[in-house]
Design a binder for this molecule. Structure first.
Ligand SMILES: Cc1cc2nc3c(=O)[nH]c(=O)nc-3n(C[C@H](O)[C@H](O)[C@H](O)COP(=O)(O)OP(=O)(O)OC[C@H]3O[C@@H](n4cnc5c(N)ncnc54)[C@H](O)[C@@H]3O)c2cc1C
Length: 506
């Protein structure tokens, strides 16, 4: 009997396990795949190193503090990454310091100067309100910490009220009420060229991440953080088992008591922590008869963020003209055809992210070479019909995805001339890849949907659920990744571990 079994060795699961293990608890981490780290890991091809998921993340100081707190001793430093948008109407680096960004917009959109001032003031008030939100707002806490935060809430009444009001204020209507220029509304409303869909609070979280806290890359690599957490678990007597697929969470009177593996092995534990995505946990791992209907409906009806088509390229940079790329991450869109915004293969009409991955670490490419990653949103439904089983596809899938990749590279050729002839290695990931290798339902990338009309939960933290001694961690354990993806996952792991430690104190 273990103190805690953790299903999944993603960042949320590893953090929780490391914190429990370093506090003397016996832990068993069961991971379905043959590697730790979940989506926060890397894969190798012909001397190139590619990321499975995250490319960089925010809140470096908080991440450093949380890793130290769970037992990671290695010093990690961070390097800031910047983000650029190029469309026919704008070429801007939008990740710079908030006031510099404002001045730049005021110069470029003179007729909207007053609107920009008003808008930036409102965002600034929201940034003040959400500052350290994970420390004082009960909605982002559980257990004793939440109870204490509730008692102290009178000190934060103003912030709480502002956040609450902006939770139900659509950014699209707000931005349209103060700004005229469509390019500006799209930029401030989506951090890109799309129509805004988020609430103002959610949008403030994103700009806080992009501009105030910044987006950074750690010296150990994102996969390195998973390695360090794994070491803490092992050094403290914990176990991490790979190729261990949990197929059922065992419940007794609505209380989690153990897990069953695909091999039929059963393990008992006082606590079960799930790092698998939320829909998968509820819809696949728990006996339907045990699930309260209202909760089940919420899980079924609430939507995730969409998926992506990603192209991983090992290239010879001497063949490519990089003059237009001024940041590590460039988002490029060459056409605006609103009537065809839902056409998944009309790449000219979509934002393509181009990431200069190997600029983050010289280890990622052989000497003199470079790694570029091209990513574009892609609906799962567009690929679903190719799937005939887990990691099994109909004939023609490889040719089809290659033809799409070539189409996308042709489009990128307009901004990075020479890229087509520079390719040494190419790997392609589709929504099916993210579903089967990333283990995310529908190949979802970034947690729950950003459009609040597609969510039916009444609370922000989903770490607790209707079952006793069962906790969720990872990016899906919060309705909004309010610190950004990676930090939110790590934070959820810390919170869940503290909750267990506090319950066991009694
Ligand atoms: C393509 C992509 C790009 C991203 N880019 C960014 C970015 O740039 N910045 C950022 O901050 N975030 C980004 N994210 C989000 C980021 O992945 C997450 O925030 C973070 O890595 C997720 O951690 P997690 O704890 O949710 O676990 P996950 O990485 O989802 O890992 C969950 C683990 O659980 C395992 N598991 C699932 N089911 C079972 C089972 N039944 N039995 C055993 N094990 C199981 C899985 O195999 C997996 O290893 C990106 C995600 C993807 C997919």
């Amino acid at each position: 009997m273990y103190d805690a079994i953790i299903i999944g060795a993603g960042l949320g699961g590893l953090t929780c396990a490391a914190k429990l293990a370093s506090n003397g608890k016996s832990v068993l981490v069961l991971e379905k795949l043959d590697h730790i780290g979940g989506t926060s890991y890397i894969f190798k091809r012909n001397g190139y190193i590619f990321p499975m998921g995250p490319l960089s993340f925010s809140f470096p100081h908080l991440v450093k503090k949380m890793l130290k707190d769970v037992g990671v001793k290695k010093e990690i430093t961070f390097e800031r990454n910047h983000f650029q948008l190029i469309t026919p109407y704008i070429d801007i680096i939008y990740s710079q310091e908030w006031n510099e960004f404002k001045d730049k917009l005021r110069k470029s959109f003179k007729s909207d100067e007053n609107g920009i001032n008003a808008c930036f003031d409102d965002f600034s008030s929201l940034f003040d309100a959400i500052k350290d939100i994970h420390e004082w707002n009960p909605e982002f806490l559980i257990g004793k910490k939440r109870n204490n935060a509730k008692k102290e809430l009178t000190n934060y009444e103003k912030q709480f009220k502002l956040i609450d009001e902006n939770n139900t204020l659509f950014s699209k209507s707000y931005l349209k009420s103060c700004l005229k220029d469509d390019t500006l509304i799209r930029l401030l409303g989506s951090q890109g060229s799309y129509t805004p869909i988020m609430s103002m609070t959610h949008l403030a979280f994103l700009w806080n991440v992009m501009s105030i806290e910044g987006i950074w890359f750690p010296s150990c690599g994102i996969h390195g953080m998973s390695d360090l957490l794994n070491d803490v678990i092992i050094d403290n007597g914990g176990e991490v088992r790979l190729n261990s697929n949990v197929v059922e969470i065992l419940l007794k009177d609505s209380k989690a008591v153990g897990v069953k593996l695909a091999s039929n092995e059963v393990h008992e534990s006082e606590w079960i922590i799930v790092n698998a995505d939320y829909k998968k946990t509820v819809l696949n791992l728990i006996n339907k008869k045990e699930i309260p209907q209202k909760f089940l409906d919420r899980v079924i009806n609430s939507r995730y963020t969409g998926s992506e088509l990603s192209i991983y390229l090992g290239i010879d940079p001497s063949e490519v003209n990089f003059t237009k790329m001024r940041a590590t991450h460039l988002f490029y869109r060459s056409k605006f055809d609103e009537k065809r915004e839902n056409d998944p293969e009309y790449f000219e009409n979509k934002e393509i992210e181009i990431c200069d991955w190997s600029s983050k670490s010289p280890l990622f490419a052989p000497e003199g070479k470079k790694v570029l990653i091209l990513r574009v949103s892609m609906p799962y439904e567009h690929f679903e019909h190719w799937k005939i089983g887990e990691k099994k596809r109909k004939d023609g899938y490889d040719e089809y995805k290659r033809s799409l990749a070539n189409k996308m590279i042709k489009e990128v050729e307009n901004i990075l001339p020479g890229i087509s002839n520079s390719i040494d290695v190419m790997e392609i990931a589709t929504p099916l890849t993210y579903e089967d290798w990333g283990q995310r339902s529908y190949g979802s990338i970034a947690g729950w949907n950003r459009d609040m009309t597609k969510l039916y939960f009444k609370k922000k933290s989903l770490i607790e659920n209707p079952f006793e001694n069962l906790l969720n961690v990872g990016i899906y354990s919060f309705l909004e990744p309010f610190l950004g993806g990676v930090p939110t996952s790590i934070y959820s792991g810390c919170l869940a571990a503290d909750y267990i430690l506090e319950k066991n104190e009694r």
